[in-house]
Structure formats: structure tokens, C-alpha cells
Design a protein around this ligand. Structure first.
Ligand SMILES: [Zn+2]
Ligand SMILES: [Zn+2]
Length: 411
């Protein structure tokens, strides 16, 4: 834009109606950097005034922003934000503006009538100016990608809305007893509302690993809710031992963010669960965790009667390295889609036989169902230990004793 065009446009804007320096300068924001819109507007107004000494240019009032960029108006919005942030721990924030219909119309009228092409939208200037004030007052930083708190200035309703971003904690859990699911399990009859069947608890299981950890974490973080994301899950009747299973705990809307994780680790019921390696992480790791496929090591107790030890050892030997075609187990068919997976048994061996029970260990790729690997699930898993041995074998007790490292989080 040549300078005469620029001045012509600025004159046109000034003739159109009373406008403040910020709103004037903002219409040319893309043409220069290093100045605030207010400074740019003042400069333009000065130049035009010098060449039109016969005309007074109105400075009071602004039909575009209706006075929003007056210093005390900006300060009062910053104060509103400060009030809204009271009692909320945050280091970073981002401001967004919901512009009222009237203001966005004014802006569009101005753009249309004066042929403006280099403007910055009103709301981005407001976000920036309030952001500067809040940053100074509270000593917190603007952060664009992952702010602790998102602050929305609702201009039409003259109020501030907050959205506190979740806090994510990575760690590994051990499940020391059988009979608890990994995550909350709502009653299927009432879907969590509470009914006779679930004794008005809304739950099929009284507790879960998720609740055993989340109920301790929630008051520490002064959050609204929580969710446990696991790297796979063990059966309800299986224990999770060894180093534990990687998980990410998501705390929704936490008013406290910098909690000492040792307090969480110490606070859980150690007769049921135990936590290791807790550390803060960010939300993007949930997807990494969920899509990881770490190897798993299991220990299974199998009723074998008077089965010969040498025969069992040779059967397990045959199973080592075998590729298993496994259809979705019958016991989970009601909630999982029926498909065939192909998974490898990396290694299988016998630990010992006692009183008609064998203890075996199996290392497998992620996603292989171990109970069905042993039983054959009426031919749905093939080959199986039962088919290899030509016996009817089944798992009596199962423990997961290792889950491999999660790439992208732990290694
Ligand atoms: Zn204005
Ligand atoms: Zn119910």
C-alpha cells in the first residue's frame, strides 16, 4: 500500500465516525510491527491533523469498540480475570474473547465501508492487551499451546469464563488383590443411576484401580473428576504384579497443580494397590500410551492332574514361538467386536508342578488372551496349550508379572 492510499483510508475511517487510537491503528496492524495499535493510531491521527488544520478530528468515544480499549475499561477486564483466577493454581494462561454481536458487526461495517485489508481483528488485540495486564498483575505467563487455564472474556454477558486444563500423571500401578476391575464399571441395568440390582450404588463392582487411585488424587488436586488411562488392562480376577502397569491419571479441572506426588503414592490403600514412578506428563502422552503395544509376561496356575511333567514341558516348548490365531474370547464377546487376531507367544516355560497344579510363565505380544491360549476356547484360539497337549486345560489363577516399557514415554 503506498502511503497516500494509507492516509486516504485513514481519513475515510476518521470521517466515518468517532474512533479511538486503538481501533484506528488496528486497521493497519499488518503493515508494520514494533508499534502497538494505540501508538500506530495516534501517529496516523497526528499526521492527518497536520494536513487538515481546518478540521477537528473527534477523539472522544469510539463507535467501533464502544470504549473497550480505554485504559480503565481494559483494567476492569483484567480485574475480572484476576477475580476469576482467585484460588486457582496456574503458571500459564491464554485469553480468548467471545465478541458480542454488536462489536463484530461494527468491525464488519468498518471493514466493508472503508475497504480495509490489513486489519487485525478486535478480539486478538483485546486478548493480547488483557493478557499483558494479567501477566503483570499475577506474574503468570501466556502460553499458546498448553496453557494451564483458558480464560474466555464473554463481552456480551460482561463476564469471564474459565476452563482449567487437566493435569496428567504418569506412573505404574500394581494390583495386589483379585476381583477388582481397572476402571469404574457402571451397573448395566441402570447405567450408573442406581437401582435395586446394584444396591443403589450405580456400580457393578464396589471399587476399581481407577477409584483406588483417583479418590486419593482428587482432593489433593482439588479437581472435579478423574480418569485412568491404562496401557491395556488385566482381567478382573488377575493380579498386576512386578513393576506394575503403565497408566496415566487425568485430573479434570484441578485447582491445585503442583501436588507432591509422593503424597499420592503414600496415600493409596497398600493392601490393594501400589504406585511407582509417578511423574507429571502432558495430555499428548495418553494417545501414545493407548496405542503402545508392550510385551506382557504372565504367570498362570493350571490344573493338570497327574499330567506328566516332561510332556507338559515339551508342550510348552512347542508353544514357545508359536503364532496364535485368536478369535475374540467368548467371555468378552458381549462387549467386544468379534475378530481374529494373530499374536505370537514369545516364550513359555514351566516353573513347577505341585499337588496337581502347574505354574507356567508366558511371555507374549500385546493383545494375546492367556486364558484362551491355555484352554483353546472351543477352537477359537489355535493352537492352544490344550490342543497341543490334547488335554482339557484351564487357567485357575493368573497374574501379570511384567508389562514392557512404553516407547515414547518410558524409553
Ligand atoms: Zn475503539
Ligand atoms: Zn444399577
Amino acid at each position: 500500500m503506498v502511503e497516500t492510499d494509507l492516509l486516504k483510508t485513514a481519513e475515510k475511517i476518521l470521517e466515518f465516525g468517532p474512533i479511538c487510537d486503538s481501533c484506528l491503528g488496528r486497521q493497519f496492524a499488518m503493515l508494520s510491527t514494533g508499534l502497538t495499535n494505540r501508538e500506530r493510531g495516534r501517529a496516523l491521527r497526528t499526521v492527518i491533523r497536520m494536513s487538515h488544520d481546518d478540521r477537528t478530528l473527534p477523539e472522544k468515544g469510539c463507535w467501533v469498540c464502544l470504549g473497550l480499549f480505554e485504559r480503565d475499561k481494559l483494567a476492569s477486564w483484567a480485574e475480572k480475570v484476576e477475580d476469576a483466577l482467585h484460588g486457582i493454581e496456574c503458571r500459564t494462561f491464554l485469553i480468548g474473547t467471545q465478541v458480542s454481536g454488536l462489536l463484530s458487526e461494527n468491525e464488519e461495517i468498518l471493514w466493508g465501508e472503508c475497504g480495509i485489508q490489513y486489519a487485525e481483528p478486535l478480539k486478538s488485540e483485546l486478548n493480547r492487551e488483557i493478557g499483558k495486564l494479567v501477566s503483570e498483575r499475577k506474574g503468570i505467563e501466556v502460553e499458546f499451546t498448553r496453557p494451564d487455564v483458558l480464560i474466555i472474556l464473554d463481552l456480551a454477558r460482561d463476564r469471564v469464563n474459565l476452563s482449567i486444563n487437566a493435569r496428567f500423571i504418569f506412573g505404574r500401578y500394581l494390583k495386589l488383590i483379585r476381583g477388582i476391575p481397572q476402571t469404574r464399571w457402571p451397573c448395566s441395568r441402570c447405567r450408573g443411576k442406581g437401582c435395586q440390582a446394584c444396591n443403589f450404588t450405580g456400580k457393578l463392582y464396589k471399587e476399581s484401580v481407577e477409584e483406588l487411585i483417583g479418590e486419593v488424587a482428587l482432593p489433593l488436586f482439588k479437581g472435579e473428576d478423574y480418569r485412568l488411562h491404562g496401557a491395556g488392562r488385566e482381567d478382573i480376577d488377575a493380579r498386576m504384579l512386578g513393576r506394575g502397569r503403565p497408566f496415566i491419571l487425568e485430573i479434570k479441572s484441578p485447582k491445585a497443580r503442583e501436588v507432591d506426588l509422593k503424597v499420592l503414592e503414600d496415600g493409596v490403600d497398600h493392601t490393594k494397590v501400589s504406585l511407582t514412578g509417578l511423574r507429571y506428563t502432558d495430555g499428548s502422552r495418553v494417545e501414545v500410551l493407548k496405542s503402545a503395544s508392550p510385551t506382557k509376561r504372565y504367570r498362570a496356575k493350571i490344573r493338570v492332574g497327574d499330567l506328566d511333567k516332561i510332556r507338559l514341558e515339551s508342550g510348552l516348548n512347542e508353544l514357545s514361538g508359536a503364532i496364535i490365531d485368536q478369535k475374540t474370547p467368548q467371555r468378552v464377546l458381549h462387549r467386544r467386536v468379534d475378530k481374529t487376531r494373530r499374536r505370537k507367544v514369545i516364550e513359555a516355560h514351566l516353573l513347577g508342578i505341585e499337588d496337581g497344579y502347574a505354574i507356567i510363565e508366558i511371555l507374549s505380544e500385546a493383545g494375546l488372551y492367556i486364558k484362551e491360549l491355555v484352554s483353546g476356547d472351543k477352537g477359537r484360539s489355535s493352537p492352544s496349550l490344550s490342543s497341543i497337549m490334547e488335554e482339557d486345560l484351564s487357567v485357575e489363577e493368573l497374574d501379570v508379572i511384567d508389562v514392557g516399557d512404553i516407547e515414547g514415554i518410558e524409553i
